[in-house]
Design a protein around this ligand. Structure first.
Ligand SMILES: [Zn+2]
Length: 407
């Protein structure tokens, strides 16, 4: 769990509800006296706030705690299943939907390959269909669905999140998937960039719990970064911060879709790795990849088994990634760099050459302070981050929680 921070003084009822709810969520079980101490408010004010929250079902009296000399205090516990959230991961070639409780636990999960770019109508139907399947499998009270988070493989301008799909997926222009999700499920919909949401997932449930300054690098079809600074996602002026896949690492390199040459994505993106592996097969006839049509999973499995060709492909990717990671360390001095996306499965086979590449490129102190790791959240990370985005919004604005409208 993230740190329990000293709460700022809450001045309005909504702020107090938010502060109390977040404290109960973080501590999981806490007495009214502790809440009063933590918030600096009177016992009676806290008792009123807790009474309002007890009515919503989000918290409950769950037993008694240690006595501090007097009566044993009643503990207030957060009810993780009082609400559920759908997280949607829209990739370039797949869609995935997760249903979580309020502690990031998976209640249901579905993933399907789909030509998302060229078939918005089909993708749209698939996403709502998978959402329905997840809710059906969970089989709980539909009123507890409190929101939908959506991850998209493109920058998201917080000022106009709805136009985002148009830009990255031109075929989707005017298609209104976010509106459709809103009307089909009748809950608020939040959208953000997939790498940002990967960083959110790491910060709440993964390798970056307790780390407020870190970089999450999603290496998949494309390459993106979620930059967390001071516990908040850094978005830049118009939401484009973190488009690290289009940093040029070779001015004479191959042409990229963005118009630039030699972008990182052209060296470590899934398509390049598959093409590179295919091109190397004739010089490695004994490789496990010979006679296959390699995809990224096959390459990683072979690398994990020690296959020479696959290791060469992963090594080359690590060296190219290392150029940009060294730059990021110098720029941001993050506490940690977490590699996610499909390439993360290679684990130490990727990390060892990556650490070496970074060490050989930067001698400044920031490199020594940073840990480079691979994500362990697996392929659910992005959808989980999308769902967590809704939880974070609700902890800030409790009216998003079921039953809190009047609290
Ligand atoms: Zn590019």
């Amino acid at each position: 769990m993230p740190y329990v921070r000293k709460a700022p003084r809450a001045d309005t009822d909504r702020e107090l509800t938010s502060t109390v709810l977040e404290l109960v969520w973080r501590r999981q079980q806490v007495s009214r006296a502790e809440i009063a101490r933590h918030t600096g408010r009177s016992r009676s004010t806290i008792s009123e706030a807790v009474a309002r929250l007890l009515d919503t079902g989000l918290v409950a009296e769950v037993g008694s705690g240690e006595s501090r000399g007097g009566r044993r205090p009643i503990l207030i516990g957060f009810q993780d299943e009082a609400g559920v959230i759908l997280g949607v991961d829209i990739g370039a070639t797949h869609v995935a939907v997760i249903l979580t409780d309020l502690r990031g636990r998976t209640l249901a999960w579905r993933e399907r390959p789909h030509p998302v770019r060229s078939d918005p109508k089909g993708a749209d139907a698939l996403i709502t269909g998978l959402g329905e399947v997840c809710l059906h499998e969970w089989n709980g009270d539909r009123d507890r669905l409190m929101g939908i988070g959506v991850a998209v493989p493109s920058p998201v301008d917080p000022q106009s999140p709805d136009v985002v799909l148009d830009r990255v997926l031109p075929a989707w222009r005017g298609h209104g998937i976010l509106d459709r999700l809103k009307s089909v499920f009748d809950v608020p919909v939040f959208v953000d960039n997939d790498a940002n949401l990967g960083a959110v997932a790491e910060h709440w449930w993964g390798k970056a719990v307790g780390i407020d300054d870190f970089v999450y690098l999603k290496v998949a079809t494309g390459v993106g970064a979620g930059l967390m600074i001071g516990g908040e996602i850094y978005r830049g002026a118009t939401g484009v911060a973190g488009e690290i896949g289009h940093i040029a690492i070779d001015p004479n390199g191959p042409k990229c879709v963005c118009g630039n040459r030699g972008c990182l994505a052209t060296f470590v993106g899934t398509r390049h790795l598959v093409e590179r592996a295919t091109a190397l097969v004739p010089s490695h006839p004994d490789s496990a990849l010979a006679g296959t049509e390699p995809d990224i999973r096959i390459i990683e499995d072979a690398a994990l088994a020690g296959d020479e060709l696959a290791l060469r492909v992963v090594n080359e990717a690590a060296v190219h990634l290392g150029i940009v990671v060294a730059g990021v360390l110098n720029l941001m001095n993050p506490g940690s760099v977490i590699i996610g996306g499909s390439l993360a499965r290679a684990g130490d086979r990727l990390l060892a050459p990556l650490r070496e590449a970074v060490a050989s490129r930067t001698l400044v102190a920031s490199a020594a302070a940073s840990e480079i790791r691979t994500s362990e959240l697996g392929k659910r990370a992005t959808a989980l981050g999308a769902a967590t985005h809704v939880l974070v919004a609700a902890l800030d604005n409790p009216r998003l929680f079921p039953g809190v409208k009047s609290a």
